[in-house]
Design a protein. Structure first.
Length: 299
């Protein structure tokens, strides 16, 4: 999507749309590409940082279409965070359109990424946050960037980062305990697209999906047929759909295989405030609970 036609309208958007509340001189203005990253920036920044998100709750970061108000958010930001690894394919266009002069901070720098085959190409899996072990790297990168932007509050950012890292360690331990109770031969799940690779790598769960790393791709009839055969051969019993994308294809595959619904997972977006996953910590624990309960059935 080109933002050029939208920029003429951007000047008419009131400044109040950029951030939901007045920003004091003591607060940094930070923008994060999507809700999961925005929450982690908030955990590190605390009350010293005003965080806005581009992709909102229940939004799909793969298929996001920026608006003039998003360009305005970027232009007024002191620091911008992206996850990287190909997730935000629209960000360069948005930066050019916004007039933002800085360079976005790539929170995933330093994470040991995984690669996979998709459409005959080797691609990097961008869904790093589905392992809290990876999010500890996010936290370190966020702390460094916020401290560089606001050295006077670096001690606060350091303390917040250390406290949140302890929470991430507790989340990791929680997943290992819950998933560890499920026999390894039952740790197989069908999901909408291939977004749980890092979770699978960390906790030895096999995830099968009709779509690859991006929801923008389309599954061919041949690929779907192969997936159905694989699910039957491996006796996958449960399927999940995702809050941020269309469930019809995964339901179609499930119907053909006899897999039972396990519910909804929060994969690339937090829920709204009153939902079950309004923060990254709640999202991760909720997903662990859903997956463990579904895989444990009949074990």
């Amino acid at each position: 999507m080109s933002l050029r036609p939208l920029l003429f309208a951007a000047a008419a958007i009131p400044a109040m749309l950029a951030f939901s509340a007045p920003v004091s001189a003591a607060e940094l203005k930070a923008v994060a590409s999507f809700t999961v990253l925005a929450d982690v920036v908030h955990q590190v920044g605390g009350d010293k940082v005003r965080v806005a998100t581009l992709v909102g709750p229940d939004g799909d970061p793969h298929e996001f279409e920026p608006s003039p108000s998003d360009a305005k958010k970027l232009k007024e930001a002191n620091v911008v965070f992206v996850s990287g690894e190909g997730l935000e394919g629209w960000m360069d266009r948005l930066i050019s359109a916004s007039g933002f002069k800085g360079k976005p901070v790539t929170a995933s720098d330093g994470i040991k990424t995984r690669t996979m085959e998709e459409d005959g190409k080797t691609v990097t899996d961008p869904h790093v946050w589905n392992s809290p072990v990876n999010v500890k790297v996010w936290v370190a990168n966020i702390e460094k960037a916020l401290s560089a932007a606001d050295p006077a509050d670096s001690a606060t950012f350091k303390a917040n980062a250390e406290a949140y890292t302890k929470k991430l360690d507790a989340m990791d331990a929680y997943a290992r305990e819950k998933i560890g109770k499920v026999p390894e031969d039952r740790r197989k799940v069908l999901t909408s697209h291939d977004a749980f690779g890092y979770f699978g790598r960390e906790y030895k769960v096999t995830f099968l999906a009709p779509l690859g790393v991006s929801t923008e791709s389309e599954a061919s009839a041949t690929d779907v047929a192969k997936l159905i055969d694989q699910i039957k051969a491996e006796h996958v019993k449960t399927y999940f759909f995702e809050n941020s994308n269309d469930p019809r294809l995964v339901k179609q595959v499930a119907k053909a295989t006899g897999a039972e619904p396990g519910g909804e997972l929060y994969v690339e977006a937090l829920s709204k405030a009153k939902g079950p996953a309004p923060t990254y910590e709640k999202m991760f624990r909720y997903n662990v609970d859903q997956l463990a309960a579904a895989m444990s059935k009949g074990s």
